[in-house]
Write a protein that binds this ligand. Structure first.
Ligand SMILES: Cc1cc2nc3c(=O)[nH]c(=O)nc-3n(C[C@H](O)[C@H](O)[C@H](O)COP(=O)(O)O)c2cc1C
Length: 356
């Protein structure tokens, strides 16, 4: 009996399996509007059997984009461009989710394939960045510390983007509180040196995330919300698993449905060793100590490994990123490799279901 190919329900939304697509920036939007590339890119994973597909970090405000080519949900035009993409995902039987994001001090950077690195100057289409404190990410421009009105605006922007996402047809929302972006910058003492109610104690550093969660849940009641957290900064004096456990518990009490456990991204001097399943122990710790449902992510590149992560009770689902880029039909292949009969092979592809 495969756990990977067992359904999972969040609220009113049921995923047909537990092998999901992690959010992956494509750096291919124009003014925040997703393009034909995004349509093909995301729909292929649905044809390939994914249970849930989380569209890339999508900015809730223009200054929250990682790069000028990021997708957004701060205009109705962007919402309307997402709608047919979401419809294509849903027609193919996958659940459509989107990661709502604000990059904070890691905004306004060159896309990885632009050939340049670091911050995009204002003269080249960049913008001034914001953060909890005026502490730069190593090698990037110094951000402006948000004032209280600015913080209120961020919360309101997440709520508006959530409304647009659901209007576009997205069924699940993920809040990006990982990888050193704005919500994570508030959480970590390495990037948050505020002395007001948003800095200092863990409760204060978690305030923006929890307020954002409340605002999103109020904006779109009943829509499942996943929170992506970096469980550790992999750096001395930074964010760590015990704080992650506490905040996950608080977020679950406020109605977060599920947690996507990643790590790192806050500081350039992070010390980590990657390898197959390197973040699985972090997911297992949050699941066990906070008592919340989680997915593991990070180099879980074959069906048997994914199945083992679930069988060992380390996680409730598995997300993968790069393996879906190597093989957009990862779930179909996984079903064949595990000998599981699924009823959502596209009929056009049925002749590939068995090797013999
Ligand atoms: C091309 C690319 C883009 C990514 N963009 C995002 C993103 O938008 N948001 C995010 O939280 N993580 C992003 N990530 C990280 C992935 O979601 C995932 O956590 C990471 O790649 C580890 O999983 P993997 O080993 O299965 O690829 C990105 C990764 C890749 C390879």
């Amino acid at each position: 009996m495969s756990r990977l190919f067992t359904r999972l329900t969040l609220g009113d939304v049921t995923m047909r399996n537990r092998l999901w697509v992690s959010p992956m920036c494509q750096y291919s939007a124009v003014e925040g509007v997703p393009q034909e590339w995004h349509h093909t890119h995301l729909a292929q994973f649905a044809s390939g059997g994914a249970g849930l597909i989380i569209a890339e970090a999508t900015a809730v405000a223009p200054e929250g984009r990682i790069s000028p080519e990021d997708t957004g949900l701060w205009t109705d035009e962007q919402r309307d461009a997402w709608a047919p993409i979401v419809a294509a995902i849903r027609r193919r039987g996958a659940v459509a989710g989107v990661q709502l994001a604000h990059a904070g001090r890691k905004a306004s950077t060159w896309s990885p394939f632009s050939g340049r690195r670091g911050s995009v100057p204002v003269a080249d289409g960049g913008w001034a960045t914001v953060a909890p404190s005026a502490i730069a990410f190593d090698g990037y421009a110094e951000p402006v510390a948000l004032d209280l009105a600015g913080i209120d605006r961020v919360v309101a922007d997440f709520a508006s983007a959530a409304r647009r996402a659901v209007a576009a047809g997205f069924q699940v929302l993920e809040l990006h509180a990982a990888h050193g972006y704005l919500l994570h910058q508030f959480l970590s003492p390495l990037s948050n040196a505020r002395d007001d109610e948003y800095g200092g104690t863990l409760e204060n550093r978690a305030r923006l995330l929890l307020r954002t969660l409340d605002a999103v849940r109020d904006a779109v009641p009943g829509v499942p919300v996943i929170v992506r957290l970096s469980a550790t900064d992999w750096a001395d004096g930074g964010w760590d698993p015990p704080q992650t456990v506490t905040v996950a518990r608080w977020a679950a009490d406020r109605g977060a449905d599920f947690f996507d456990i990643s790590s790192g991204g806050l500081v350039a001097h992070q010390q980590l060793t990657t390898g197959p399943g390197y973040q699985v122990p972090l997911a297992a710790q949050v699941r066990q100590e906070a008592g919340v449902p989680v997915n593991a992510v990070g180099m879980i590149d074959d069906a048997h490994h994914a199945e083992r992560v679930l069988a060992e009770g380390a996680a409730d689902a598995v997300m993968a990123g790069r393996e879906w880029l190597r093989d957009p039909h990862y779930a179909l292949r996984a079903a064949t490799e595990l000998g599981v009969d699924i009823d959502y092979w596209p009929p056009q592809y049925l002749r590939a279901r068995r090797r013999a």
